[in-house]
Design a protein around this ligand. Sequence first.
Ligand code: ADP
Length: 464
Amino acid sequence: MTRIVIVSNRVGPLTDTGRAGGLAVALVDVLRERGGLWFGWSGEVSEDGTYSPLRLYEDGNVSTATIDVAQADYDEFYAGYSNRALWPTLHYRLDLTDFDRRLEEGYRRVNERFASRLVPLLRPDDIVWVHDYHFFFLGETLRAAGVENPIGFFLHIPFPVPEVLTALPNHKDIVKAMLAYDLVGFQTSQHLSGFERYLLEEVDGERLEDGSIAAMDRRVVADAFPIGIDGEAFSTFHETTEGRENFTLMRSELETRKQIVGVDRIDYSKGLPERFEAFERLLELYPEHKGEVSLLQIAPPSRSEVRAYTQIQRLLEGLSGRINGRFSDLDWTPIHFITRSFPRRALAGIYRASAVGLVTPLRDGMNLVAKEYIAAQDPEDPGVLVLSRFAGAAEEMREALIVNPYSIDELAEALRRAIQMPLEERKERWTALNAKVMTNTASNWSRRFLDRLVEIHTPAEADG
Ligand code: ADP
């Protein structure tokens, strides 16, 4: 029987879907449907620097297999090359990159290590699906070890235009490694076109009749598969105790006031300082909103071992302190900046209580918060989504107020428009957006990808 084998940096959890992110839930769904194995990093760093035996966990027809990494691997592969070279480059932040050769070698070494630990676990009928920028080289290493199974790769973050990608010293190796997969999936047609342009213009590739592209002596099928969320869950979370408690708490506070909400990991790609400044500009330009509108930004720290992340957190603390000092009144604080995470059910209540969802990344693969905000709204009184044109989500979610996140003035005006939007227009926009969120679910997304992968790998003679 065909199994699905998923490889990703973070694994699980298989249970407790209230805690798991939307992606984890979707992947567990496919694994349960078809039976399978989830392989990746345990989240642990082995203290003695040796490689641990596999940690195995089984739950019905689904199992997980994880390994620890050594401290040097963590530093070079994860905190190093993944998050100091690949993440900033793919998010168009060449000013923040660190292209140390040692980090690049560590990245390769860990990719090879993961591949060699995976090989003995694979069965001939398995379908392998590798996730994200941590594992560009995994497929190539599996192929070199003789694995002939279908292997797909999905990139959750942006793929930039070739003019930016080529700043990466080993861009050719990375792209060549992507060609070892049978199918490469991107979040949007823009990211797909960055990849295709690279192949056609940078390395003289050729588009074949069947739509695949041949380049560097390999052949690949690439397409856009925009990811979705579990919309059903987010539309009903407000009925749970946690959802209701948070909604009621906020709404009683908000009887005569309106709240703008932002929910992000602290990351320089999320456009957070620009967001705070835009809110300040709104209060400067339209003082009538003082005391009436507040901004709630929920942003737990992430990757704090990378300097750019601690710097942006300090910047945000400074900005919110300054703006609050300038505009606060005895009974009103303009910016509520909370740096911890909330359970998903609580988030849904907070989204639902907020008149505006502010999602303004400078670059983002998709951005799931935009979709969660829409799914959590009250159909009779929905809020307004203000969405960056540089979020992958903007390709689908045209009915949001689409903004340029670099323009503080444009952002401030969009906030003003969102706050004042009449009920009828809010309903119209929300209805269109919600239909998309509810149709393109995370489960549909994974099915589309896997079906395509199987179809590509089916031998041609089967067609007769
Ligand atoms: P990224 O993957 O870059 O962090 P996304 O918007 O695509 O950005 O996904 C973020 C996910 O993390 C969403 O599902 C969101 O609900 C969740 N999340 C973000 N911030 C918090 C928080 N403070 N508490 C709980 N969940 C959060």
